[in-house]
Design a protein around this ligand. Structure first.
Ligand code: FE2
Length: 142
């Protein structure tokens, strides 16, 4: 009984992470398209790399949901994606996105108790989100 409750909680958390990854993928692809000015030179490839990373993370989470017997969401998280052409606003939105992702994966790790393989997979993603937070913090502190 309590096991099932834990499984359901884990699946809900994984689906929340999946929705956030799908949102992040669209956000980064959007910003790669719209970033203006001299910073486009390096931020366009940066955003494109982050979009690809979100796609890979989403795949990992989706496969985990499937393996656990759950049904993965197909709609991205409902939080609006702010349109802008200003790279500083884009970096702000990116940092908030990565911080929320890191927090979400940290919570998932607390729910993964008896599944070493899943724990390792989620931990790798969690570390990647922490690296993104650190990178964006440095980018914005110039
Ligand atoms: Fe991610």
């Amino acid at each position: 009984m309590s096991d099932q409750t834990n499984d359901e909680r884990l699946l809900n958390q994984l689906n929340r992470a999946l929705g956030l990854e799908m949102r992040a993928e669209v956000m980064y692809a959007h910003y790669a398209a719209y970033v203006r000015g001299i910073h486009r030179l390096h931020l366009k490839p940066y955003f494109e790399t982050e979009a690809s990373e979100s796609f890979v993370h989403a795949n990992t989470v989706r496969n985990a949901i499937n393996q656990l017997g759950g049904q993965a969401v197909t709609i991205r998280d409902a939080a609006p994606i702010r349109h802008t052409t200003d790279y500083k606003d884009m970096l702000e939105e990116s940092l908030a996105t990565e911080q929320l992702a890191a927090e979400t994966y940290r919570e998932i790790l607390e729910s993964v108790t008896a599944n070493d393989e899943l724990y390792d997979e989620i931990e790798q993603i969690y570390f990647a989100e922490l690296r993104s937070v650190e990178e964006l913090t440095q980018l914005m502190s110039a």
